[in-house]
Design a protein around this ligand. Sequence first.
Ligand code: RP5
Length: 171
Amino acid sequence: MSGTTRDESTAPRVGIIMGSQSDWATMREAALILDELGVDYESRIVSAHRTPDRLWSYGREAAGRGLKVIIAGAGGAAHLPGMMASKTHLPVIGVPVQTRALSGVDSLYSIVQMPRGFPVATMAIGAAGAANGGLMAASILALEDAELARRLQDWRAALSAAIPETPEDEA
Ligand code: RP5
């Protein structure tokens, strides 16, 4: 499989998967957050419809390869996160990619309405959801990684500190 791995020398803890190359513009927001927090990840195109065998093998092998969390983004008939949750016991964070036809509501509904037994932690539609997917993955890993927990707390504090108390007129 092709794709980027932040550090090939260590097994990545997070898998960022997406249904299409066209999803990368959104899903790279998750990657950027993980970069900021110093979390190793891999990114792969795994389509539920176009490459179902790839989906199956990715889900079957994910835990054994050392992955701890999967962030899965897809748009439209967005079956990738749910199908991945069916195939692995690892936590799956779903990102509804914004679509042109239905603005991503189709993606959201496709991801969020999972049947009892196979949850997907579903984020907001689009780039904010992808970034939050990265943060959610980091939060899960931070439960057993005190250094990462500290970096995550610093990241949150920096964001809070960057919010002004009073609004200003925009040019
Ligand atoms: C889904 O179809 C993908 O997740 C993507 O969001 C959408 C459109 O894919 P492309 O036609 O741009 O490849 O499977």
